[in-house]
Design a protein around this ligand. Structure first.
Ligand code: PLP
Length: 359
C-alpha cells in the first residue's frame, strides 16, 4: 500500500481537504501579529509565582474539575452565581468540544469575516458550515439576512465574537439579542477581547436558555497558559462536561492562573495602557495617506490599505523587522486589509514609522 492509499483509507476526505492553521515564525521580529499582551510581570511577582510552581505536585494528576480555578474565574469575570462554567485548554478546545457534541450533519453558523477556528473545526468534524456575511461598510450584522438564514436553516449553533476578530468592532447588541431570541439552537458569544471593552453578554446569561458566553485568559496576558472557559445554564454545561477529557487543564496552568488572577491590578494597569495605545494608534493610522483604520474595542486594529497594496506593505514591514497579519488573502470584505496588534508604545512607534516608509 502506498502512503497516499494509506492516507485516503484512514483520514476522512474533509480533513484531507483542509490546510493546517499556519502560524508565522516570529523569531527576531517585533511581534504584532497574534493579539498577545506585550507585557510580563514585575520580578517580585515572578519570584512569588516560582514559589507556587515549586510546590506543585507534578507527579500527581491535577484536579480534574479545577474547582479552585473555576471559583476564581467566576469571581474575576463576575459570572452569575447560578451559571456554571466549563474550562478548556484554550477557548479553541471549547469550540472543538461544542462542535463534537452536536448531532451528525448539524449546521454551524458564524459571522463572516470572523475567527477562522469556527469554520476550521466545523469542517474538520464534517459538519455543515454557513457564513453570515457582515455589512461591507460597518462590519456589523446584516440582521434581516441573518434572521432569514437562521429561520430557513435552523443552525444548531451560532458563533458571534464580541468584539469581533479580525474586524475589532462590537456588533449591535440589539441585533445579537434578536438572534438569541429567534434561534432555536445555541448562541455562543465569544468574548475573547473582554479585557479591552466594557460591553458584555455575561449579565444576559440568566435570561436565555440558549446563550453561552466564552472567554479566555489569552488576550489578557496569559496566552502561554492555554486556558479558556464557557459559561451558561448548568444543565447545558453539565452535558458538555461529559465530552470533556478529565485532565484537560494541567497543574501548571491551574496554579499559575489562580496566582495570576489574584493579582488583578497588574492586568488592569496593562490593559489600560493597551487601550490608551489603541486610541493613539488609531489616530496615527488615520493620518497616514491611503490607510483606513476600523474602530476597535479589542487589542488590535484592522486597517484597509490602497487597492492591491496589502501584501507589498505587509512584506515591506516584515523587511523592516515588524510582523503583523496579512488578511487580504482571505478576500471578500478583507481584501486589502491588514491587522496590527497593539504592542508597547515603542513597538507601536516602530510600526507607524515603518508604515510611513512603505508609502
Ligand atoms: C484568540 C481568539 C480565541 C482563542 O483563544 P484561546 O483561548 O487562546 O484558544 C478565541 N476566539 C477569538 C475571537 C479569538 O480572537
Amino acid at each position: 500500500m502506498t502512503e497516499q492509499d494509506l492516507i485516503s483509507t484512514v483520514i476522512r476526505p474533509e480533513i484531507r481537504a483542509l490546510t493546517a492553521y499556519k502560524v508565522a515564525d516570529a523569531t527576531g521580529y517585533i511581534k504584532l501579529d497574534a493579539m498577545e499582551n506585550p507585557y510580563t510581570w514585575p520580578e517580585a511577582v515572578k519570584a512569588e509565582w516560582l514559589n507556587i510552581i515549586h510546590d506543585a505536585e507534578i507527579n500527581r494528576y491535577p484536579d480534574p474539575e479545577a474547582k479552585a480555578l473555576c471559583r476564581i474565574l467566576k469571581e474575576y469575570n463576575q459570572i452569575p452565581a447560578e451559571s456554571e462554567i466549563l474550562l478548556g485548554n484554550g477557548s479553541d478546545e471549547i469550540i472543538q468540544l461544542l462542535l463534537m457534541a452536536l448531532p451528525a450533519n448539524a449546521t454551524v453558523m458564524a459571522a463572516e469575516p470572523s475567527f477562522v477556528m469556527y469554520q476550521q473545526v466545523a469542517q474538520c468534524l464534517g459538519l455543515n458550515y454557513q457564513g453570515l456575511p457582515l455589512l461591507a461598510d460597518s462590519f456589523d450584522i446584516d440582521l434581516a439576512v441573518t434572521l432569514a438564514t437562521i429561520k430557513s436553516q435552523q443552525p444548531e449553533i451560532i458563533f458571534l465574537a464580541y468584539p469581533n476578530n479580525p474586524t475589532g468592532n462590537l456588533f449591535d447588541s440589539d441585533a445579537i439579542e434578536k438572534i438569541i431570541q429567534q434561534s432555536k439552537g445555541l448562541v455562543i458569544i465569544d468574548e475573547a477581547y473582554a479585557p479591552f471593552t466594557d460591553f458584555s453578554f455575561i449579565k444576559q446569561l440568566t435570561r436565555h436558555n440558549n446563550l453561552l458566553v466564552m472567554r479566555t485568559v489569552s488576550k489578557l496576558g496569559l496566552a502561554g497558559l492555554r486556558l479558556g472557559f464557557i459559561a451558561g445554564k448548568a444543565s447545558i454545561i453539565n452535558e458538555l462536561n461529559k465530552a470533556r477529557l478529565p485532565y484537560n487543564i494541567n497543574i501548571l496552568t491551574q496554579c499559575s492562573a489562580e496566582f495570576a488572577l489574584s493579582h488583578p491590578d497588574i492586568f488592569a494597569e496593562q490593559t489600560q495602557t493597551i487601550c490608551h495605545e489603541r486610541a493613539r494608534m488609531f489616530l496615527q493610522l488615520s493620518t497616514i495617506t491611503g490607510m483606513t483604520p476600523c474602530p476597535s474595542a479589542a487589542n488590535f486594529i484592522l486597517f484597509r490599505t490602497p487597492k492591491g497594496k496589502a501584501t507589498d506593505i505587509f512584506n515591506a514591514l516584515k523587511d523592516q523587522g515588524i510582523l503583523i497579519k496579512n488578511l487580504s488573502s482571505q478576500q471578500g470584505l478583507l481584501t486589502d486589509c491588514l491587522r496590527v496588534t497593539i504592542g508597547k508604545p515603542e513597538e507601536n512607534n516602530a510600526f507607524i514609522n515603518a508604515l510611513k516608509e512603505c508609502i
